[in-house]
Design a protein around this ligand. Sequence first.
Ligand code: DGL
Length: 271
Amino acid sequence: MTNSPIGIFDSGIGGLSVAVAMADLLPEETFLYVADNAYAPYGPRSAESILERSRKITRYLLASGAKMVVVACNTATSIAIDTLREDYPAIPFVGMEPAVKPAADANGVGVLATTATLRSHRYLKLRNKYLSGKPVFEDACVGLVPLIEAEPSGSPLLAIRLQEILDPMLQNGIDTLVLGCTHYPLIKEEIEAICGPAVNVIDPSSAAARQVQRLLKKRGLLTSLSKGFPGTRGLAHIFATSGTSAPLQRALHQLPGLNRNRKLIVPQVHF
Ligand code: DGL
């Protein structure tokens, strides 16, 4: 079991931002990543539909031998992670939620997340706990996830949409911006370029990777394979998708951290 892959899923390429941080911290681990892009974006979907997709993908990951499941998607975490933990009490799960705690000392906070996340009980509870009484400006970033899936970084279409989203927040004087969707760290440079140095952009990927490491250690699930150990050279990260593999191919090409282990793309799995 310890040498089994870590299962990771997202509606698309967003979870790669978490996978990169995990690869950095845990270079000996291998990943089985699912991009559910036939059903993306998740943000505008109903809670029932997001829960159903999350359950189907989790079943696939565990049937494929995953030792842990990282729900590398704020939207799926906010809707489904409690149920997944009930469904599989013996399996460690790590989820993503908007990192509002590090924004607790800010004067004005912007939160970028999906409609489903912003409406979720989980997010509202966090906001009340850490940001109550503070000016908070939220945007559901309609259309941004499909643009990140389709457009290369540096695309003018992305820049225009980002400007539309961020301008009102900047005019309201935010000093902290929470990236509450795993797709957004993939365009962090573009976001920071628009926000300027006075805004602290919070990307939770590294904190999530540390949580994965902590949990693997605690459960005795860290891989015993180390780099250069005979027989480990063929180990590959596997990336499966329910739709077209083009966004994954493009994104992985730009993420050398995930190319250290050989990678294998399995297009069109039906979950
Ligand atoms: N990357 C996802 C998240 O963190 C999903 C975005 C979407 O599919 O709408 O919320």
